[in-house]
Design a protein around this ligand. Structure first.
Ligand SMILES: *Cc1c(COP(=O)(O)O)cnc(C)c1O
Length: 394
């Protein structure tokens, strides 16, 4: 214990686990919008959508106020409603499951593969019933889920695949960019994600049918499209045809997102460089399992998660976590399995029902990973982790 007490605070400033990287161009892009005519529903929305669709290789893109709203839109477009079941992973942010509940559907969790931490296609098949309507795989940490297997299962059972790629902008699967493989794919532009628009999200799809539904859902269920109107009272006329929401993105956000997208490849490269350093530093430490990478995909590395081998340590995950925090290293845990959250517990999801996710949760720590990290930041994380593991090694 004394060895740990001896660890002086390594850093003066707190290093967060994730953070945006904004440059002068981004700032100018936002200022230009503020000086212009449209703060919302203007030309920058279209521009951002086109640029995203183009980047990921999808036909259509619809911007939303945030990624959660985008997932809600995708569940609506997929026609999920009361009585429908949707299969997703427990090892994700609550929004991947909540979007099903918004539509009155039932969330069915399928356990993860203990190696990749992604949803296990074999577990998906076991959970399919006559009520299953869709699958929501998550490309956890940026590593693509087993999309071929998932798309095959979906085809076999006539299910819709809504991919939560909030972690995976810039990732590839079998050399194809994430964004054109599933029926709909969601990206988030929260500041910890690959690119930011402050808050923001997007659905990309190759389906015109989904595209049109998403557009209308984003704006109250209202359309002015002459082909869709049941009546037409004149040039002012619009119809609200179903209950939608105001989930629109502003032009301020879209201009920032468009400017950020130009730097995405550089951001991903920087993330990969940091990951290489972490892997080299930790791969031979028997108390740590570094992230396993499936050869079929190439991660864009939203998160770097170390898994602790607790049998080789004299303390638990909590002590390691707290000691790193005391060193001003902004560690985190991604995620508390969704079915264990109190809201889901009162919906009768059982503890113990998803052992791979639950076991993983007990042993993981996310280390800081973002493109604006300096070499010193990376070195600090490595030194802190090595010292703490050494101090607590059995
Ligand atoms: C960030 C995130 C979301 C939600 O995105 P917001 O833009 O924050 O609403 C959904 N799923 C996952 C896996 C995420 O990481």
């Amino acid at each position: 214990m004394t060895r740990v007490d001896e660890l002086k605070k390594l850093r003066v400033s707190y290093l967060p686990y994730g953070k945006q990287m904004i440059d002068e161009e981004d700032i100018q892009a936002v200022l230009n919008v503020l000086r212009g005519d449209y703060l919302t529903t203007g030309p920058h929305i279209n521009q951002f959508e086109k640029a995203m669709a183009n980047y990921v290789g999808a036909k259509y893109a619809v911007a939303f106020s945030n990624g959660t709203a985008a997932l809600h839109g995708a569940c609506f477009a997929a026609g999920i409603s009361k009585g429908d079941e949707v299969i997703t992973t427990p090892m994700t942010f609550a929004a991947s499951a909540n979007c099903v509940l918004y539509q009155g559907g039932k969330v069915v969790f399928a356990d993860i593969d203990p190696k990749t931490y992604n949803i296990d296609p074999i577990e998906i098949e076991k959970k399919i019933t006559g009520k299953t309507k869709a699958i929501i795989p998550v490309d956890f940490t940026g590593q693509p889920a087993e999309l071929k297997e998932i798309v095959d299962i979906a085809k076999k059972h006539s299910l819709i695949v809504i991919e939560d790629a909030a972690h995976a902008l810039g990732a590839t699967y079998k050399d194809i960019k994430i964004g054109s493989i599933s029926d709909m794919t969601m990206f988030s532009f929260h500041p910890v994600k690959h690119i930011t628009s402050g808050e923001g999200g997007m659905i990309v799809t190759n389906s015109k049918k989904y595209y049109e539904k998403l557009l209308q859902f984003r704006s109250h269920g209202i359309t002015r499209d002459a082909d869709k109107l049941q009546e037409n009272h004149g040039p002012w006329y619009y119809e609200m045809q179903f209950l939608g929401y105001n989930y629109r993105m502003t032009d301020i956000q879209a201009a920032l997102g468009t400017s950020q997208l130009e730097k995405l490849d550089m951001f991903v490269e920087k993330r990969k460089e940091i990951v290489t350093k972490y892997n080299e530093a930790f791969q031979n430490i028997r108390q740590i399992t570094t992230p396993f990478q499936n050869s079929e995909g190439e991660s864009s590395w939203h998160l770097y998660i170390i898994r602790l081998n607790l049998d080789e340590l004299s303390v638990g995950r909590r002590e390691i976590f707290e000691t790193l925090q005391k060193q001003n290293i902004g560690v985190n845990v991604h995620y508390i399995p969704v079915h264990l959250l109190p809201y889901y517990q009162q919906l009768d999801y059982e503890k113990g029902s998803l052992p791979n996710a639950e076991n993983l949760y007990e042993e993981i720590i996310s280390l800081p990973l973002f493109p604006a990290m300096t070499e010193q930041d990376v070195a600090d994380v490595i030194v802190a982790v090595k010292r703490i593991i050494e101090a607590y090694a059995k």
